[in-house]
Design a binder for this molecule. Sequence first.
Ligand code: PGA
Length: 241
Amino acid sequence: MNVLVLQDYAELSKKGAMIIAEQVNNKKDSILGLATGSTPLGVYKELAQMYEQGKIDFSKVITFNLDEYYGLPENHPQSYRYYMEENFWSKVNLQDENKHIPPSITDNIELACKEYDELIESHGGIDLQILGIGPNGHIGFNEPGKELYAKTHLAKLTQNTIEANSRFFPDKESVPKNAITMGMGSIMKSKKILLLANGNGKAEIIRKTIKGQITTNVPASMLQLHPNVTVLLDEKAASKL
Ligand code: PGA
């Protein structure tokens, strides 16, 4: 893993945006894997600014989001589709037909998951996957446990994740219990991966991810097996390395 430690969140966000811009400028029709959460917000802001300044063109870029809560209405302010529209999609010139995210409701979950994987494959796979990391080591909603899943699937959120994400909901009970997420295989097949983490709260899980044993109890530790991972950290997230 190529680990870069930046001074603070602002620097981390600039560096993340630069890496994505380089990818898109080298390949106009790049396939980007996108993440939600607090961590990539700064990167999306930087990219929107670069677009405004004419430094990046998303007209041919195709995006696939990692995951979506299951059971929330599509226009729910905490749905990841809403987050993406609000924080990134509406700010750049991505074409509507090129924005992909798993469904928040479907009458055939298995089929929807299969179709999501097939769509990614049909575009030749993800060129650059952006990842945040949960304090419990999840990537997407691939939660710690005895087993991990390769393909896109319906995942049950752990208590730890429900608690971490409850900050965005009126209470813990309102946090969806399930999500459709890309599996570990979909993530590991990406040609390049960019993992972002900031703040003291991520220091311990970043240590385990980078220096610990590879274990299903820390799904992000699997990234040690990927040939092209860049980890961008601020000094706080890097403080236990
Ligand atoms: P965060 O979430 O960016 O809000 O910390 C990361 C994650 O849970 O994957």
